[in-house]
Ligand binder design. Structure first.
Ligand code: SME
Length: 205
């Protein structure tokens, strides 16, 4: 099967539970034999974005659609320079999530997650609170960062690596956005958390 076809949704799939199970199986196949996080996160964001676009009944109405799916990764996990030349260097202990592989329009390059700069936004909150956040209406979420004015709801799921010594390493988050309000609910939380575990365990960090 061509790789692109992994984001097609068979007509037999009619529920969110079956949808996320299907995406999980397709992702398992895509990740097989590859542990590089750049490659795996790139295909994961493309798969989730395009699978949702191919399954409009996920949102129950045509006015809603996925408009962004991607990763923000904690800078300590990345062998990358902290900053390019466009932004002033952050104060010494500032910690950031950096934009990772995604599918959708261009987005904020970084998100502050700890003092002395103020943590702000759904991604920072999900990362800091170590829990998935579902935002039904971004307008009513204090501190929401509007990378795209079209986004009206979102779900952000933290990526947590369990080390052999039992320590939790907070790698970053998966962010999924929708152009309608109430785009995501509990079934999406369960489906995405399972997918995020598959991604985290399927890569070398
Ligand atoms: N809305 C997010 C920022 C990321 S973009 O939506 C892609 C937030 O509030 O953290």
């Amino acid at each position: 099967m061509p790789h692109a076809d992994s984001s097609l949704i068979p007509s037999s799939i009619t529920t969110k539970v079956d949808f996320w199970q299907h995406v999980y199986s397709q992702l398992e196949a895509l990740l097989e034999g590859q542990r590089n996080w750049v490659s795996n996160l790139s295909n994961a964001s493309s798969l989730i974005f395009n699978a949702l676009a191919a399954f409009p009944s996920h949102f129950g109405t045509e006015e809603k659609a996925v408009n962004w799916c991607g990763f923000y990764l904690h800078e300590s996990q990345l062998p990358l320079p902290r900053f390019g030349t466009k932004h002033p260097p952050p104060t010494r202990d500032t910690q950031l999530l950096l934009l990772g592989p995604f599918c959708g329009k261009p987005a904020c390059q970084f998100i502050t997650v700890s003092p002395p700069r103020k943590a702000r936004g759904v991604c920072a909150d999900a990362h800091n609170q170590h829990q998935t956040l579902i935002v039904e209406d971004v307008e009513s979420y204090p501190g929401h960062i509007a990378c795209d004015g079209e986004t009206q709801s979102e779900i952000v799921c933290p990526m947590v690596l369990k080390t052999e010594s039992g320590e939790d390493v907070h790698l970053g988050v998966l962010d999924l956005d929708c152009v309608g309000q109430k785009g995501f609910g509990e079934e999406d939380r369960e489906g995405l958390e399972r997918i995020v575990r598959l991604i985290v365990e399927g890569c070398d960090w």
